[in-house]
Design a protein around this ligand. Structure first.
Ligand code: ADP
Ligand code: MG
Length: 343
């Protein structure tokens, strides 16, 4: 069953078009992530879904019911804003209790339970937000959102203010809490690796529009556009002539995921390239020169130049005996992806 659906949704602020013709489906019980650069319209989308803004055009439905005339507090949607936005004059307990249905008689027990679920000791109940760290404030904001018992949780860059180690902890915690509570979520981030790690349904935004949407692995391996390919990770994009399931490129003939005969752009991810100091059989398609190398403990990061390519390529290798200025042989693992549009 579809949970949340946006069709043809547009919104501008004055003459600033924030989002245009958005179509999104956030499936029930799933973690949807909206990823895009700053200014691409992510926060606007969440504000439209939660009801703090009204669309100029288009429809938003939750389980088939139009939300147009439903005020924010009746939408059954919780919204964790970018900075947590706790009430500064209220204690942690009051912040969380505020969001509970009025008739809740077991309020205090539930506050304790929510604190435990987000990993905070109950001794913090009487603290004010300014007596908490940034990460602790985000946990309280999550507990407050959970207290609403929403059908859908919106999270706007919830980890962006946290340092890398804490971020991963929080991400794991949020994932567990939402899964255990059976709440669908839409998380917004500008961080590609966070998006790929958290999503089971990924939407890529670019300049107020949906550039691509689908399972994260499909978007990473087989994106619709070069822009999405580059946004989600390091990309090698080659011109090629496609014939008989091979693309003929400056790196040689590469197996691709398309048939027919045409000229197209082909995506390779650097991790599909293996370097070797010697030529072995015919599986290697091209030569490259090592421009530099950086020791990383378990591996080396090489910058290599390939004839015919204007950009050097960064690759990670375990080949310890490759030195700067060496010639190496390249092998491509798997298939190149033929981008549907010419770039
Ligand atoms: P993101 O969350 O992806 O960074 P936003 O949704 O905040 O993007 O913004 C999308 C665009 O709309 C940006 O160009 C931004 O400057 C503009 N915008 C957002 N909110 C307002 C507002 N209240 N008034 C005018 N322009 C706005
Ligand atoms: Mg934003």
């Amino acid at each position: 069953m579809t949970m949340l659906q946006l069709v043809g949704v547009s919104k501008s602020y004055g003459d600033q078009q924030a989002v245009s013709d958005i179509g999104i489906v956030a499936p029930a019980g799933r973690r949807t992530v909206i990823v895009g650069p700053s200014g691409s319209g992510k926060t606007t989308l969440l504000r439209l879904i939660s009801g703090f803004e009204r669309p100029d055009d288009g429809s938003i439905t939750l389980d088939g019911q139009p939300l147009d005339s439903v005020p924010p507090h009746q939408r059954n949607i919780a919204y964790v804003a970018q900075e947590g936005a706790l009430f500064p004059h209220m204690s942690v307990a009051d912040n969380i209790g505020f969001a509970m249905p009025r008739r809740a008689t077991d309020c205090l027990a539930r506050i304790d339970d929510l604190l435990a679920r987000v990993g905070l000791p109950t001794s913090m109940k009487s603290r004010r937000p300014h007596e908490l760290s940034g990460g602790q404030q985000q946990r309280v904001a999550l507990a407050r959102a959970l207290a609403q018992q929403p059908a859908l949780m919106l999270l706007d860059e919830p980890f962006s203010a946290l340092d890398a180690g804490l971020r991963k902890n929080m991400r794991d915690m949020v994932e567990t809490v939402l899964r255990e509570a059976g709440i669908a979520s839409i998380l917004v981030t500008h961080d590609q690796s966070e998006a790929l790690a958290f999503a089971d349904h990924l939407v890529v935004m670019q300049a107020g529009r949906v550039a691509d949407a689908g399972p994260p692995q499909r978007l990473y391996d087989r994106p619709n556009t070069a822009a999405t390919a580059r946004f989600l990770g390091p990309a090698i994009i080659l011109d090629g002539d496609i014939r008989d399931g091979l693309a003929h490129t400056v790196l040689g003939a590469i197996r691709v995921d398309a048939t027919g005969s045409r000229r197209a752009s082909i995506l390779l991810r650097p991790e599909q390239l293996t370097v070797s100091p010697v030529q072995v059989g015919t599986s290697q398609i091209a030569e490259a020169t090592v421009l530099s190398r950086l020791y990383q403990g378990a591996s080396w990061r090489l910058k290599i130049a390939c004839p015919g390519l204007d950009q050097p390529i960064d690759i990670v290798t375990s080949a310890h005996h490759v030195a700067t200025a060496d010639t190496v042989h390249l092998r491509v693992d798997g298939e190149g992806h033929v981008l549907p549009e010419k770039t």
